[in-house]
Ligand binder design. Sequence first.
Ligand code: SF4
Length: 447
Amino acid sequence: MALTGIQIFKMLPKTNCGECGVPTCLAFAMNLAAGKAELDSCPYVSDESREKLSEASAPPIRPVAFGYGDTAVKTGGETVLFRHEKTFFNPCPFAGTIKDTDEDIAEKVKTWEKFQWERVGVNLRPELAFVKCESGDAAKFEAAAKAVVENSSFSLILGCEDPEIMAPVVTAVADTKPLIYAVTNANADKMAPIGAENGCPLVVKGVDMDEVMELTTELSEAGYKDLVIDTGARDFAGVFEDQVAVRRAALMAQNRALGFPTIAFASEMGETVGEQVLAGGMLVAKYAGIVVMGDLTAESIFPLLLERLNIYTDPQRPMTVTEGIYEIGGPGVDSPVAITTNFSLTYFIVSGEMEGSRVPSWLLIKDTEGLSVMTAWAAGKFSGDDVGMFVKKIGIEDKINHKALIIPGYAAAIAGDVEEELPGWNIQIGPREAAHLAKFLKEWAPD
Ligand code: SF4
C-alpha cells in the first residue's frame, strides 16, 4: 500500500538540509509519494525508515531489464501518464519476429542488423528478436535462438508456452538473459521457475486483465518480481484500451498487480506492413513497454524509431552536447575556428557540414542550456560578452596561431560586443544557414 506524503515525511530526518534537491523534507516527501523523486536522493534516511519507505518509493511501474551487450534493454519505470508532465524514461524496444520454422533465419537477422541510423548522436535500431516456437520441437527452437545470437547482436524474447520445450532452450542461451514468453494460468507452476533458475524475467499472459492481475499477484507473492504483462488483447481497440488501462491503474490507483511494463504485438494487429506500422506507432505513444513487429524492413522500422526518439526525449530538457573544443577533421594551428551553441541538433548539423567541407576546423561549443543560436541570443545566453569570455576561458588561443573567430550568421548582432571582449581578434560573421558553411570554410582566410 502506497504511503501518503505526510506518512513519508514522518520517517524523514526533518533537517531541511536541501541535499536532495528540494528545500525541505516535506517537499521531498511529497515528491516521493508522487513518484517524482528517488529515495536515494536523501543520504540521511535511517536504515529502518529506508526499509519501510522502499515499497512506497518504488516506481509505480517496475523497471525490467533483460538482454545482453549493445541491445540489453530496460523497459518500464515510467512515472507519468503524459510526457509533458515530466518525461518518459525507458524507450520501448522493438522486436522483429522469427519463427523456428523459418528457413533463412541467419540471413534475416543479418539484414535486420543493418537497420541502424545515427540521429543527434543516438543510434536508432530495433533491439530484439521474438523467436517463436512454431515447430513444437525443442531442438529446432534452440537452433533458431542460437542462429539469432550467432548472426546478429539482437537480444531475445523466447516465445513458447510449453515449459518442457522452453527449459532447455533458456538454459542454452541463458548468458544472453532472454525474456521468457509466456507464463499462463495453465503453465505457471512449471514455467515461472525456469525464469528464476536462469535469472530471466517473465512475461505474464492472461486472457483478460483479471487473469493477468491474478497471475502477477501470485507470482509477486512467490518472489517473482521482474514481470512483463501481455493482456491478451490483439485487436486494435482492445490493445489500445488495455495499454491505457494498465498505465492508469499503475500510476493513478497504485495498482501493484498492474505495475509492470507491457508487451504488445503489432505483428498481430494488422495483415499488411502498413497496418502493423500504424499499430506500432500507436503502441509507442500509448504505452507499450515492448513492441513486437512481424518481419522488419527499413521503411517500416525507421519511422517508428524516429517516433520513439521523439516521444522519449525529455520535453523539459533540450538535447545537448558538452561544452568544449571539438576537432573536426584534424585541425592545426592555421585552421578556422567557429563557435555555436550546445543544442544537439545545431551541433550535429554544423559539425556535419564542417566535416563535409573537408576543411579541418575547430568548433567551439558554448553551453546555452540546449538553446539554438537565435533562441539563445534572444534569451541572453549567447551575448557578445558571454561568447568573448567563453573564448578566453576555453583555451583555443593555445591551439592556433591566428585570432579569427567565426560566429553564426544568426548572431551577427553580437559581433561588436565580442570584439570588445576580445581585443585584437577578427570576428567574422559566418553564413546564416549551415548548408552554406562548406563554401564559407573553403574560401576562409583569417584576415
Ligand atoms: Fe530532508 Fe533528506 Fe532532503 Fe535533507 S536530503 S532536506 S534530510 S529529505
